[in-house]
Write a protein that binds this ligand. Structure first.
Ligand code: G1P
Length: 299
């Protein structure tokens, strides 16, 4: 039996234009909009790091260099904060991610779809399994949940070597907005998994095989890259990761892991506002006052 390679790398596609968030994203990448006191992308990178990821691969495009800058050293700023003795703020920028984490990037020159974005990172992941994290989705882990959902998926990968797809039930009326998994009628509860039989990207209303939607975290074997190379454009004329995963199912096991923590889609306006409220309510500096403010609004 071949040994299961650990997941050390995460691909984060950040080449999207953020049109659903205009005008806020006219000059600022959507991934840098703040949720609470840090940008969306930092929430996602911290989730990756706490699940044991060591290398972050940003699939980016022209005009979004500020995302790479966010994870680089800002010497002038750090020098100024040191001189002024602002130790706490200095720590928040200089120790944003642990020093052993490598952040690298690759460009996606044309917007040909999520599958194509992932394929752009093939040369950087080589023969290693990897994680894909869609940066629109952030996960805010409740204090009483001990391990993150991503960490549990990594543990399941380490044990079984089966691809892991994070899912969440959505209302029937919204299934046409997502990748939907077919688990042969199984209904995994939060924190549980079920074997996947098939996957379909954005099924027409009334044709979805279940209401379990793919919500932006995937642990995948290296050979998905070879499949992506020959995957034809699908829904919306784009090269879809979901279609490549459906092909992978012919030769590999795949599990749908049902999320326990709440997720927020920061790629749309109402999801973004909800994420800010949720982040504000869990942050020790803002939670009490924000809670009082929200209670005041209800009366
Ligand atoms: C992408 C994926 C889809 C997934 C969704 C999650 O779609 O293609 O399978 O369900 O993200 O947010 P997009 O929202 O980019 O159209």
């Amino acid at each position: 039996m071949t040994s299961i390679k650990p997941i050390r790398k995460a691909i984060i596609p950040v080449a999207g234009l953020g049109t659903r968030m205009l005008p806020a994203t006219k000059a600022i990448p959507k991934e840098l909009l703040p949720v609470g006191d840090k940008p969306v992308i930092q929430h996602v990178v911290e989730e990756a790091v706490s699940a044991g990821i060591e290398e972050i691969i940003l699939v980016t495009r022209w005009g979004k260099e500020a995302i790479e800058n966010h994870f680089d050293v800002n010497f002038e700023l750090e020098h100024m904060l040191t001189a002024k003795g602002k130790k706490d703020v200095l720590k928040s920028v200089s120790e944003m991610i642990p020093s052993h984490i490598n952040v690298v990037s690759v460009r996606q020159a044309k917007a040909l779809g999520l599958g194509h974005a992932v394929l752009c990172a093939a040369g950087l992941v080589r023969d290693e399994p990897f994680c894909v994290m869609l940066p629109d989705v952030i996960v805010i882990q409740p204090q009483n949940q001990q391990e993150s959902d991503l960490k549990r998926m990594v543990q399941a990968w380490n044990k079984t070597g089966a691809a892991q797809i994070m899912v969440e039930p959505v209302p029937e009326s919204q299934t046409s907005l997502y990748g939907i998994v077919d688990c042969n009628g199984a209904n995994p509860q939060p924190g549980q998994s079920a074997a996947i039989q098939g996957m379909v990207e954005k099924p027409k209303l009334g044709t979805a095989p279940s209401n379990l939607a793919v919500i932006g975290r995937y642990l995948l074997p290296a050979n998905i890259m070879g499949i992506l190379k020959t995957t034809k454009p699908g829904a919306g004329g784009e090269i879809q990761l979901t279609d490549a995963l459906d092909t992978l199912l012919q030769s590999s096991d795949m599990a749908a892991y049902c999320m326990e923590s709440p997720t927020y889609d920061c790629g749309n306006k109402v999801g973004y506002l909800k994420a800010n409220i949720a982040a504000g309510l869990t942050h020790p500096e803002t939670s009490d006052e924000l809670r009082k403010f929200l209670q005041g609004l209800q009366t």
